[in-house]
Design a protein around this ligand. Structure first.
Ligand code: Y39
Ligand code: FE
Ligand code: FE
Ligand code: FE
Length: 230
C-alpha cells in the first residue's frame, strides 16, 4: 500500500520532513486536546447530553494519544508552543462564547468548523502518510465524522432559533480558518498536502453540513464567502 507516498518518494526521515512534522503533529495533538476540553465544556452546557459529550471527549483523548505515537515513531518532538498559538483564535472565541452560554456558537466552532478542518486534513494526509500514521489516522477520521454528525443533528433540530447566531459565529470564525490554513501551507506542502486540496475538502464538507442543518444554497454561498481573502 502507501502507493502515493511511495510514488512521491517522500523521505519521512529527512530533516526537512521532520521539521515540518514537528509543527503539523503538534497542531493535531493540540487540536485533539482542545477538542477534548471543548466537549467537556459542551457537556456542562447541555446537561441532558452530558454522557454522550463525555463519550466524544474520551474519543478526542484517544486521538491525541494516537498522534503522539505518530510523532514518537518518526522521532519528532512536537512544537507545542507553536500549536497553542496556532489555535489561539478559535480557542479564545470558544471560551468567550462558553462564558456567555452561547451553545450554538460553541457547537459551530467545535463540531462544525474544527471537525470539518480535521476531516479535510486527515483525508488529505492519509494517502501521503507513513504506514504507522496512516493506520492511526484512518481510525481517527471515522470518529471525526461522528463528531460532525453530533453538531449537525443538534443544530438541525434547533435550526430556527439558532440560525442568526450561526450566521454571526460563521462570520466571526471562518476567516480564522483561512488564516490558519495560510499559516500551515508551507509545512503541509512538505508533507505533500496541498493547500488547495485542504480548502476544497473543507468547503465541500462544511457546505454539505450547513445544507443538512437547513441553510439554503444562497445562505451557504454568502456564509462561505466570509474571510476568503484572509
Ligand atoms: O475534533 C477534532 O479531533 C479536531 C481537533 C482536530 C483538529 C485537527 C486540526 C487539524 C489541522 C491540521 C492542519 C494540517 C494541514
Ligand atoms: Fe479528534
Ligand atoms: Fe473530533
Ligand atoms: Fe505545491
Amino acid at each position: 500500500m502507501q502507493q502515493l507516498a511511495a510514488e512521491l518518494k517522500i523521505d519521512f526521515q529527512s530533516e526537512k520532513y521532520k521539521d515540518a512534522y514537528s509543527r503539523i503533529n503538534a497542531i493535531v495533538i493540540e487540536g485533539e486536546q482542545e477538542a477534548h476540553d471543548n466537549y467537556i465544556t459542551l457537556g456542562e452546557m447541555l446537561p441532558e447530553l452530558k454522557d454522550e459529550l463525555i463519550r466524544l471527549s474520551k474519543m478526542e483523548s484517544r486521538h491525541k494519544k494516537g498522534f503522539e505515537a505518530c510523532g514518537r515513531n518518526l522521532s519528532v518532538k512536537p512544537d507545542m508552543p507553536f500549536a497553542q498559538k496556532f489555535f489561539s483564535g478559535l480557542h479564545e472565541n470558544f471560551q468567550k462564547a462558553a462564558a456567555e452560554g452561547q451553545v450554538v456558537t460553541c457547537l459551530l466552532i467545535q463540531s462544525l468548523i474544527i471537525e470539518c478542518f480535521a476531516i479535510a486534513a486527515y483525508n488529505i494526509y492519509i494517502p501521503v502518510a507513513d504506514d504507522f500514521a496512516r493506520k492511526i489516522t484512518e481510525g481517527v477520521v471515522k470518529d471525526e465524522y461522528s463528531h460532525l454528525n453530533f453538531g449537525e443533528v443538534w443544530l438541525k433540530e434547533n435550526f430556527a432559533q439558532s440560525k442568526a447566531e450561526l450566521e454571526a459565529a460563521n462570520r466571526q470564525n471562518l476567516p480564522i480558518v483561512w488564516k490558519m490554513l495560510n499559516e500551515v501551507e508551507n509545512d503541509a506542502h512538505v508533507l505533500a498536502m496541498e493547500k488547495e486540496a485542504l480548502v476544497e475538502d473543507f468547503m465541500i464538507q462544511y457546505g454539505e453540513t450547513l445544507s443538512n442543518i437547513g441553510f439554503t444554497t444562497r445562505d451557504i454561498m454568502k456564509m462561505s464567502a466570509y474571510g476568503l481573502t484572509a
